[in-house]
Design a protein around this ligand. Structure first.
Ligand code: FEO
Length: 400
């Protein structure tokens, strides 16, 4: 396997995970890549490594350019194991003079692997490594505490670890070689599922961006394509997503036992669309939590429905609520609904969860016993209309 040259002094030496379909609960229907980069001026520097089972692939690609033992330095921008899992073995094999990371990275890599003798770098620190001039940019909690970017002057490459990345296995390594709709779809999914909780930090970073005075020609993240032709689009998307900008779209997310809650969902969706608002219906028996999160990123509203099972929310609904609570989405309105047999406690629980994640509830929860009758379904349509009308009234604000 060969390295791919991305600039005068830099090669991609990462690995392609064609078969990845689940990344800690996030569905990755297009697989992923773990990007590592080899920088060669007078000496060689390896920027990040790959997931442990892919070390052989990375070493083979490095060997197509240089004998791996000739690498003098390693930079670890991010300690999560898809980028550091093979770091101990790589250090043993190539014996670099120094391994650089943030001060918090030193602790994280020690706690993960017992690695010591690492060299900490500070925010804005400039270092020359064998003729290569790097600047380090501290990016704590984007998306781990120890995360940093490193910028290679001369070649103008920003190595941005997970930020600006996406899960996409492709032999086409550059943004201009991938269909734009795939880039936007997968970058959005990545942002929604990984970066959303840290949106305020993204905004801080983008505010600070001009003052960094970096001539960025290429953004090279640790997953997916390298941005060499259009660095503007991904930055504009990040700004839009970080601001919580929403559209005239409402999700209707539910699960169902005997189709009662499903009937309610479909009639709520009908009410939403009758007001000219898009309804995205997501039955949880056919939708993964990470797809719900992706759609929720730019949806202005979300109606959540659950049947009641043994006095609780249905397990798939509870799963989604737990997941999206952690993602801290902004600017959502909605309503809870569902069918029950003995009591509606599971629907009340769902409504409470929606309040806890900061949603503004347009109507009290709609609870129907056993099977919805005509008047119940009419009420569902009315509730869908209410959600759509409320969303349109807000559209002068954050909706696009
Ligand atoms: Fe790609 Fe946060 O690891």
């Amino acid at each position: 396997m060969e390295a791919i040259k991305i600039s005068e002094h830099v090669w991609w030496v990462g690995a392609i995970d064609w078969g990845l379909r689940d990344f800690h609960g996030y569905t990755t229907s297009r697989g992923s890549t773990y990007n590592a980069y080899l920088v060669i001026y007078d000496e060689a520097v390896l920027v990040d490594t790959v997931k442990k089972p892919f070390m052989g692939e990375m070493m083979e690609r490095i060997s197509s350019v240089i004998e791996p033992k000739k690498i003098s330095y390693i930079i670890s921008n991010h300690a999560e194991m898809d980028h550091s899992g093979c770091l101990p073995e790589v250090i043993n094999e190539i014996c670099p003079k120094k391994v650089f990371t943030s001060s918090r990275g030193k602790k994280a890599l020690f706690d993960h692997f017992g690695l010591d003798n690492l060299t900490a770098v500070e925010d804005a620190q400039k270092i020359e490594l064998g003729g290569a001039h790097f600047v380090f940019i501290d990016t704590p909690m984007l998306h781990w505490p120890e995360s940093i970017f490193s910028y290679l002057a001369g070649d103008g490459i920003l190595f941005s670890q997970d930020v600006f990345g996406m899960h996409l296995a492709t032999s086409k390594l550059f943004d201009d070689e991938v269909a734009p709709y795939i880039l936007e779809t997968e970058a959005k999914k990545y942002y929604a599922n990984i970066i959303t909780p840290y949106s305020n930090l993204v905004l801080d970073l983008l505010k600070k961006w001009p003052s960094l005075n970096l001539d960025i020609k290429i953004i090279a993240p640790d997953h997916g394509p390298i941005w060499r032709s259009d660095t503007k689009s991904i930055i504009d998307w990040y700004k839009k997503w970080a601001l919580g900008t929403t559209t005239l779209k409402s999700l209707v997310v539910f699960d169902t036992m005997w189709k009662s809650t499903e009937q309610m969902a479909l009639h709520i969706a009908d009410g939403i669309t009758s007001e000219g608002v898009e309804a995205k219906v997501m039955p949880l028996y056919a939708s993964n939590r990470s797809d719900v999160a992706t759609e929720l990123l730019d949806a202005g509203a979300a109606c959540f429905g659950t049947p009641v099972l043994n006095g609780q929310m249905f397990p798939t609904v509870a799963d989604v609520m737990t997941y999206i609570k952690g993602l801290k989405f902004k600017n959502k309105i909605g309503v809870a609904f569902g069918s029950y047999g003995w009591n509606g406690s599971g629907i009340d629980m769902l409504e409470e969860e929606m309040k806890k994640i900061g949603m503004e509830l347009v109507e009290p929860a709609l609870k129907v016993r056993y099977v919805p009758k005509d008047e119940d379904l009419k009420r569902c349509v009315e509730i869908g209309k209410s959600v759509a009308i409320a969303l349109k009234e807000r559209s002068g604000g954050n909706c696009a």
